[in-house]
Each structure stands twice: as C-alpha cells, then as structure tokens.
Design a protein around this ligand. Structure first.
Ligand code: ADP
Length: 492
C-alpha cells in the first residue's frame, strides 16, 4: 500500500470503495509502466539483433505502447475500469497480431502470454468483467491464426490449454483479489474504529488532565483558605484570650475601689455609731442611697464581665456536685421580692412537692436563676412570674415564666449573644449590660445543660434550662466525664 493512499485512508477522509480504487489505480500504474518498459526493451533488442519480420514485432509493440499510454491518460482522469480495459484490450490485440504470423514457436507461446492481461483484469475489475474478457480472449486466440492461415482450422492443443488456464486464472485472480480487498477493507474499518477509539480516549485523557489541573488548583485554593482560616481562628482565639485577660484585670482593678464606695455608703447609711452618733442629714440620705444602689449595680456588671472573661480564657471553676434545688429556689424567690419592688406582680411556684437532686454547681445555678428572675422582673409590669420544674429520666427542666413584654422570634438567639439585647432591652428603664443570658448559657454548658426561650410578644416569655439529674448509680467513668464539662471552642 502506497504511503499517500494509506495516509488519506487513515485520516478517514475517503470511503472503503475509494480506498480500494486508489490501491487498484496504483497497481495498474505499476503494471502499465512495467509493460511499457518490457515492450520498449523488446523492440530495442529486435532492432539491435534484427530478428524476424519488422512488421510482426513493430505493430503489436506499437499497439501495446498506445494501450499503456491510454491507460495512463484514463487513470489520470480516475477512470480505472476504462483504463484496465484499455490496457488489457491493447495487450490482447497485440497478441492477436503476433498470432497472425505462422511462426510455430510464436503460435505455441503467445496463447500463454494472453494470461497476463486476463490476470491483470482479474485483479483490477470485479468478477462480472470476466465473461466478456474470456470471450474476447478466446475469440482472438482462435480467430487470429485463421486470419494468418487464410483458413479455418481447429486450434492447436496449446491454444486450448492457454484458454483453459486463462479461464481458471481469471476466476482465481478475481476471487483472490476480491477477498484481498475485502480483507483490506475490513482491516481499514477495524483500524478506523480503533483510531476513533484512540481519539476518544485521547480526548477523554485531555479532559481528565484538565479536570485534574482544575482540581489541583481548587485543592491549592482550599488548602490556602484553610491555612488562612486556621490563622484567622488562631488570631481570634488570641484576641479572645487577650480580651479575657484584659477584662479580668480591669474588673479586678475596678472592684477594689467600687467595694470601698459600696462599703462606705452602706456604713454611712446604716451605722451612725461609726460617726460618733452624728446622724446623716436627711438631705444627703437620698443621694447616698442612689450612690449605694448604683455602686451595687456596677459591681454586678463587673462581676458578670469577670465571669465572662474567665469563661473566655477557660478558667471559670465549676464545682460540680449533688445539688438540692429546694433551698436555692426558696432563696431566689425571696430575693425576687426585692427585684419586683412595688410592681403588681405575683411570684408563684409550680413545682412538685419533692424536688429531685441535680448535678451542678449550686452557686452557678443560683446565678442563672437570679439572672432570669431579674430579667423577668425588669420586663414585666404586672401579672406573675412563675417558677416551674419538670423532670424526665435523665434531666430536670426548670422554667421561669413571666407575663411581660415578650420577645420576638427573630431575637430568640440574638439575646443569648454577648452584649446583645432585644429591642425591648433598649428602653432606658430596662437597660442592662446584655451579658446575663450569655453568661447563663455558658454556665449551663459547663454544667452539661442548655437554655432556650419561648415567648409571645405582648403576652410574656418563658425561659427554660436543663440540668442533669444526680444519680447514685452513675459509674465512676460517667461521673468523671460529667465532672469535666467542656464548652465548644473553649480550651478545657
Ligand atoms: P440585659 O442585661 O440587657 O437584661 P440579658 O442578657 O439578661 O441582658 O438579656 C438580653 C436581652 O434579652 C434583654 O436586653 C431583653 O431584650 C431580652 N430579655 C431577657 N429576658 C427577657 C424577658 N423576661 N422578657 C423580655 N425580654 C427579655
């Protein structure tokens, strides 16, 4: 197969039929050139050695040369069938001319030479071209000697033999070439399929490579973002730690003078013996009460800030133990009387007679309850504040329900954040630090509980918090686990 034919076939631009024709064209090109060369060499030898009659050899030679050149011309026009016929007919007619001479050797040999054009046509054309070819060949082989002799004679044995061999070789060559072309076409088809598969694979591979590159870029970006995130987190934790430390130092520094203010104002109000029994003039008393109350309020805020800062740096000590709730409830409710002041608010208790014990820190449980009561008292103008308790097999749920201003659902989470207040808290009369609930949530986390709120604006709010039940039969491991509370994101 010639390279250019093969190449165009491989690139898939021609059909199998065209491919076969190109191969045949190349083959016929080779055959006519070889024939032309042989004829010219034969003529050259004839002129050199002057063998026999000039007309005998020249006319057939000329016919073959014309046939070859005509075939070439037709091949250039891509008319393969006509070119094959042109070549074969020229060769057969030339042989016929040779058979006209009555030289014995030529008459015996030439019929066999006629096998050449028969074979060529068999190679080039489909099997249906064989009958006319054999016919023409037979007519020439039989009739040419009659013309030479001027009489009709029975052809000799070599003519019959040549005719027979011509017939067989024509059939065989047509059959063989047909099969060969079939195989070549099948191979070409397989090659194309494989090549298409290879191209698809190549495309897929390229796509995969592109995806891999994209994925690698994304991974790089992700790891960079992760690094930035880790760095940001570290910075945030550092900032939180410094904030905690700063707040702890600051609240400590503030508490000392504040305690002096509260202590002295209280002494001035309540212990005249300390001042040689000289009574405080009434005009000063109201202002001093104000100083005393404000001082205590400030101390509460500073204590809250101190708690928060301790939680920030993970240093808030929680003393988990078996806690009886009843004394705490009683203490908180009596404090609540003072918190409510003169407002028409009923303080109620809706708990079972016998309260279960819980696992927690009594001081911190009291602190949480007081926060809730102080808020309830602050945000309720009339009605009631009810302390409730329910219990299941694992934990108790304590609730503080008021009939105050209520909280909008969109603020349910915000109010538990540090320094955040619901819109209700902004009213001057109810202004606070926005720390109470944030600290309560953290304290409860440390005691393995949690806190949430349910409310109807305008009707009231109920704050719930849970605490684990204290159980004697807790295994040592369980107790140890519960005794090591952990707050999310906080160092242990
Ligand atoms: P504050 O010192 O401002 O009371 P808290 O953290 O205790 O700080 O409360 C945060 C906010 O939650 C309050 O400002 C208020 O808006 C809202 N809040 C808390 N308790 C109640 C309540 N019982 N009724 C209505 N609003 C409440």
């Amino acid at each position: 197969m010639l390279p250019e034919v093969a190449e165009s076939a491989y690139t898939g631009q021609i059909s199998n039929e065209e491919f076969a024709n190109e191969v045949r064209t190349e083959r016929l090109n080779l055959i006519w050139k070889a024939t032309l060369f042989l004829v010219i060499v034969a003529l050259w030898c004839f002129f050199l050695f002057r063998v026999g009659d000039a007309q005998t050899i020249f006319i057939p030679g000329a016919i073959v040369i014309i046939g070859c050149l005509h075939a070439r011309y037709l091949l250039k026009k891509q008319r393969l069938t006509e070119a094959t016929w042109s070549y074969a007919l020229a060769a057969m007619i030339a042989l016929g001319f040779l058979l006209i001479t009555d030289t014995k050797t030529i008459r015996e040999l030439m019929p066999f030479l006629s096998l050449v054009p028969v074979y060529v046509v068999g190679l080039m054309l489909p099997i249906r071209a064989m009958p006319p070819l054999i016919m023409i060949n037979s007519v020439i082989l039989i009739v040419a000697p009659w013309i030479g002799d001027g009489a009709i004679k029975v052809p000799n044995e070599s003519t019959f033999l040549a005719l027979f061999i011509g017939l067989v070789s024509a059939l065989l060559s047509a059959q063989a070439s047909g099969e060969l072309y079939g195989i070549a076409e099948w191979a070409l088809e397989s090659y194309r399929r494989e090549r298409d598969g290879a191209i698809r694979l190549f495309e897929n591979r390229k796509q995969l490579e592109r995806s891999l590159l994209r994925q690698r870029a994304l991974t790089d970006e992700l790891s960079k973002t992760n690094e930035e995130l880790v760095e940001a987190r570290r910075a945030a934790e550092e900032a939180k730690h410094f904030r905690g430390q700063f707040l702890a130092n600051m609240s400590h520094e503030l508490r000392t003078p504040l305690n002096a203010v509260i202590g002295f104002s209280e002494t001035m109000l309540n212990f005249p013996p300390m001042y040689n029994m000289v009574d405080l003039p009434q005009e000063y008393r109201a202002d001093l009460v104000q100083i005393h109350n404000s001082g205590k309020h400030l101390l509460n805020i500073i204590n809250d800030i101190l708690d928060l800062s301790k939680i920030d740096v993970g240093r808030l000590d929680i003393d988990l133990q078996r806690v009886e709730l009843d004394p705490i409830f009683k203490g908180v409710m009596s404090t609540a009387v003072g918190l409510v002041g003169g407002k028409p608010i009923k303080l109620q208790r809706n708990c079972p007679d016998v309260l279960p014990d819980v696992l927690g820190d009594p001081v911190r449980i009291r602190q949480v309850l007081l926060n809730l009561y102080s808020n309830a008292a602050k945000f309720t103008d009339k009605g009631s504040i009810t302390l409730g308790l329910t219990c299941d097999s694992n934990e108790v749920t304590i609730s503080v329900k008021d009939t105050g201003v209520g909280i909008k659902p969109e603020n349910y989470e915000i109010i538990f954040e540090e320094f955040r207040q619901g819109t209700e808290g902004r009213r001057q009369a109810r202004a606070g630090s926005g720390l109470g609930l944030a600290i309560s949530r953290q304290l409860l986390k440390l005691m393995n509980g949690h806190i949430w709120v349910e409310s109807t604006p305008g009707e009231g709010s109920t704050f719930y918090f849970t605490l684990p039940l204290y159980r004697e039969e807790l295994t040592k491991t369980e107790s140890a686990l519960m005794m090591e509370p952990k707050v999310e994101g906080e160092p242990a």
